[in-house]
Ligand binder design. Sequence first.
Ligand code: CUA
Length: 179
Amino acid sequence: MSAILPPGQRLWWKQPLDRVEVTWILIAFTWCMVMFFMMPYWHVYGKQNLSTETYRTTPEAFAKKAQAVIDQYTVRTETDEKIPVVHPPAGADVFLIARLWSWQPILELEVGQTYRLHLSAMDYQHGFSLQPENINIQVLPGYEHVVKITPNRAGTYAIICNEFCGIGHHKMVSKLYVK
Ligand code: CUA
């Protein structure tokens, strides 16, 4: 048999399996199963996979909710673009807006407190990457992702967009303060 000519024996699937072939099938199948069960295992025991809730929204509706929280809890602004720094009360719902090519606002959270972080995009797909925690969440327009977070270390974290979103993608960086 060759890959170009049709098989001489048309009912080839009725031929007995070669031992080498059956061995490879078993190895591949076993590995598939390992990979398959790693997914739920890693979800439960991995430290970087967060369970998220996802809701339908619109950019306008999300921006409105986010803006209300920003207006209420802005404590100062930073950089020339006057990005608001929001310090919400412990346990609050906090919002982060992704758009070409910025994150708004800058959040200032407290160590050991739990927050519900809402994420959505205004235009295209972006990626929320929190470093050095190495947390990754896709941020999509029309969807509101809600993640429960409890910062356990004080410091300044970096937020990086890790989905290519055009010419300013590399500039789509921000930070998150934990105090
Ligand atoms: Cu947003 Cu890349």
